[in-house]
Design a protein around this ligand. Structure first.
Ligand SMILES: Cc1cc2nc3c(=O)[nH]c(=O)nc-3n(C[C@H](O)[C@H](O)[C@H](O)COP(=O)(O)OP(=O)(O)OC[C@H]3O[C@@H](n4cnc5c(N)ncnc54)[C@H](O)[C@@H]3O)c2cc1C
Length: 422
């Protein structure tokens, strides 16, 4: 996007700006556009679809995804891909960076945040080896074209996402060695029994379990160690009876649940208390409750906005169910030893921060979470392990060229500034 285009977009007026083109953002934007609203949809990835519908056209995606992606091609929707919101100002404007270079400031009277969820990763010895990833992260890489045919993969962590990930990997031709779940057999059965309220989910789950019937499921178990010289080659799975099993693997995908991605919404709310901009959160960034719930909440919000009414703020039942059935067991919080890296960007070890009393102390004395990813992984891990409170996010949310953070007049002039804020 060149400076001229940037100026045009900055000058365009939108009725609504949607941040995030996952199912929630796509559905809300499409419904509003179909009813005459001009909508800008800002998405940091190159394609629309979010975590679950990305590259849907190239995969055997569900029909509902293809239907909504088609409706999303509406002439009143301006899709700004490769565009990341990095900050907001006190006048309610969103500051974005396009292609890691061009700055863009966007304004509208209604903002919808549909920024999805992020995965919780818990460190263990060997987790920084190439080939060790988040569970959802590996699934995303496969959806984006990573070749895993005939590769050995272990999927570990907790929650129904593990099965979805294993299913994607299996369909991509991977050799899934095992699904390692920290909860017990009975806890899983109790969760499955509670799914009767969501018949569509039950059918999806049954299909998935059938396809995964040959993959061993280890319960009451967790990955305690990964090893390999230059990349992961082996992992150790421990269980509640202190037994250990080893697996050879090319990929190790671990995920301990999804957490709402509320960084942007909380910054916006803190900065814009007195501004006359209506803002709403939608989908997984409110409570992680899956794609069907994301669609339903988008439909509800669009209806409210079109009828000028205020939507009710309620926690979806499925989100409560996930929280109730997949708490983390105590052993998982003790996997890291003193030499295990907690913050990969700043090379901070677990031993360095274990005696700190707060996230602030760990940050000030050891630079925990101050690297390029701004604590995307280690902050979640540290707050989970030590029970520390999360610090209020600082702007920019992710590294950005200086001019993306300056005023409108500055941002709409061509700039040769390439500096990056930490
Ligand atoms: C890694 C991962 C894998 C998952 N796999 C499955 C699965 O296999 N099966 C399943 O049923 N559910 C899965 N889920 C859950 C499912 O994706 C969600 O329930 C559903 O997609 C929610 O839709 P959403 O629109 O709320 O969020 P998302 O689909 O997550 O969409 C949010 C979008 O916002 C964008 N975004 C975030 N911050 C910014 C920003 N600052 N600027 C611009 N854009 C931004 C993101 O790039 C993303 O495209 C997964 C979730 C994750 C996190």
């Amino acid at each position: 996007m060149n400076a001229a285009v940037e100026r045009v977009i900055a000058a365009m007026s939108f009725d609504v700006i949607v941040v995030g083109a996952g199912p929630a953002g796509i559905v809300a934007a499409s419904l509003l556009a179909e009813q005459g609203k001009y909508v800008a949809v800002v998405e940091q990835m190159s394609v629309a679809g979010g975590q679950i519908w990305r590259n849907a056209a190239q995969r055997q995606a569900p029909k509902i995804a293809l239907r909504w992606l088609k409706r999303f091609q509406h002439p009143r929707i301006r899709f700004l891909n490769n565009t990341r919101i990095v900050a907001c100002d006190q006048q309610g404007a969103l500051h974005a960076v396009h292609d890691n270079d061009e700055a863009l400031h966007l304004r509208a009277n209604t903002l919808i945040f549909a920024t999805g969820a992020r995965e919780r990763f818990l460190p263990f010895p060997g987790w920084t080896l190439p080939g060790v990833t988040g569970a959802g992260a590996l699934q995303v890489m496969v959806k984006d074209g990573l070749e895993v045919r005939d590769k050995s993969v272990v999927v570990a962590g907790t929650g129904p996402l593990l099965f979805a990930v294993a299913d994607t990997l299996l369909q991509a031709g991977a050799n899934v060695q095992a699904i390692v779940e920290q909860r017990s057999r009975w806890q899983l059965i109790r969760f499955a029994a509670s799914l009767w309220r969501w018949p569509r989910l039950l059918v999806q789950a049954a299909g998935m379990l059938w396809r995964l019937r040959t993959v061993p499921l280890m319960r009451n178990a967790w990955v305690s160690d990964a090893s390999g010289e230059t990349e992961v080659k082996r992992c150790t799975v421990s269980n509640n009876q202190s037994r250990q099993t080893s697996f050879d693997c090319d990929w190790l995908a671990c995920g301990y649940g999804l957490l709402p991605n509320q960084t942007l919404t909380s910054v916006f709310a803190a900065q814009n208390r007195n501004v006359n901009v209506k803002s709403f959160s939608l989908g997984d960034c409110t409570q992680v409750a899956g794609v069907n719930q994301a669609i339903a909440s988008a439909e509800r919000l669009a209806k409210h906005l079109l009828n000028n009414t205020t939507p009710a703020n309620e926690t979806p039942r499925y989100a409560k169910l996930l929280q109730k059935h997949f708490p983390l067991r105590a052993e998982l919080l003790k996997l890291a030893d003193n030499d295990t890296l907690l913050c990969r960007c700043e090379s901070v070890t677990f031993g360095e921060v274990r005696h700190c009393h707060s996230m602030r102390e760990a940050k000030l004395y050891h630079r925990l979470g101050m690297g390029r990813c701004q604590g995307a992984i280690c902050t979640v891990a540290a707050t989970t392990i030590f029970g520390w409170q999360t610090l209020s996010p600082k702007l920019p949310l992710t590294p950005a060229p200086m001019r993306a953070l300056l005023s409108d007049s500055t941002c709409s002039t061509p700039s040769d500034h390439q500096g990056v804020m930490p």
